[in-house]
Design a protein around this ligand. Sequence first.
Ligand code: ZN
Length: 85
Amino acid sequence: MSKEGEALEKAYSNRLLLSARACPFCGGETLGMFPGPPSPIMPGDTLRVVCSQCLCHGPIGESAQRAVAKWNGDFNPTHRKNDIA
Ligand SMILES: [Zn+2]
């Protein structure tokens, strides 16, 4: 397998993606974990979830866990309540 193929295989087989929800834009369930751009507020490498179907990508996270949490919405019901009030 080529180096590129190996990287893709790795990106799509990330186990954390099993807890990621389907793409909010196209409903696609084939998601990959890819490196994100450098961030001034996050030291080190960043990661983000990418939908293979429509190629949209989620917010960057400082770890794969954070990238999945942000992709999933990361919402806190308490904040929502406060927004309405
Ligand atoms: Zn999509």
